[in-house]
Design a protein around this ligand. Structure first.
Ligand SMILES: C[S@@+](CC[C@H](N)C(=O)[O-])C[C@H]1O[C@@H](n2cnc3c(N)ncnc32)[C@H](O)[C@@H]1O
Length: 208
């Protein structure tokens, strides 16, 4: 098992938050790939195309992880399923705003760059996503991800242009998304959580 796993950054399971320790979510990989690590056998990766090769950045701890891919876009699902076919992922064409019809539960769930694409006045209105996914998370499991924030972070020239254009087109809906609201959600749903801001992106994790 090589390749795909390698663009995953380790997230330490059950890691205490706000302890001042360097965060494994940050600085270990590129912005496209969040990650995951430890002892988990099963993963749910809502949103296809979540994994890109990036040599020497982490691995699945188990050579035969059980992976489910979820997306509203069948093309993304198909592409990603092909890309990681060696893991024989299951795919689910579904809306993340609805409870997901999956019988398995998971040790980790990754939602990279999903939240800013979802419709809603602010990130609080997307809280239902966490409720739906938490139902699929094993005790001690982690949900992790990244999202582009709209307020309280600095956007450079290109980011401002992208935000304006994508929000106008409805590709993004994150103008009012803030770290504070993300924290309210994580606090509500998880035993412990962490958020790190890099540029205008929030890297987050919540442990059940
Ligand atoms: C910006 S892409 C991120 C893809 C991937 N996680 C990555 O990091 O490259 C956002 C994905 O969210 C999916 N998506 C948007 N709304 C969704 C919804 N309501 N339910 C499930 N997936 C959704 C889109 O189809 C798209 O594949």
């Amino acid at each position: 098992m090589k390749a795909l796993d390698e663009d995953l950054n380790p997230v330490q399971r059950n890691r205490p938050t706000h302890d001042g320790a360097p965060d494994p979510l940050v600085g270990r990989g590129n912005s496209r790939a969040t990650t995951f690590v430890p002892n988990q056998l099963t993963q749910l990766l809502p949103v296809a195309r979540c994994l890109f090769p990036r040599p020497k950045v982490g691995q699945f701890p188990n050579p035969t992880p059980s992976i489910a891919l979820v997306d509203l876009n069948p093309n993304s699902l198909e592409y990603t399923a092909q890309r990681i076919h060696r893991y024989q992922p299951t795919t689910l064409f579904a809306d993340i705003f609805q409870p997901l019809p999956l019988e398995s539960t998971f040790d980790s769930i990754g939602i990279n760059y999903l939240l800013h694409c979802l419709p809603g006045n602010n990130i609080l209105s997307k809280s239902v996503v966490f409720r739906n996914l938490k139902a699929l998370l094993n005790d001690g499991g982690v949900i992790f991800g990244t999202t582009i924030l709209g307020q309280g972070v600095s956007h450079n020239f290109f980011a401002r242009k992208l935000m304006r254009t994508y929000n106008a087109k409805g590709i993004f809906d994150n103008t009012n998304d803030t770290r504070e609201d993300l924290e309210i959600i994580l606090k509500e749903h998880f035993r412990t959580y962490d958020i790190q801001i890099v540029g205008c992106v929030a890297f987050f994790a919540g442990w059940k």
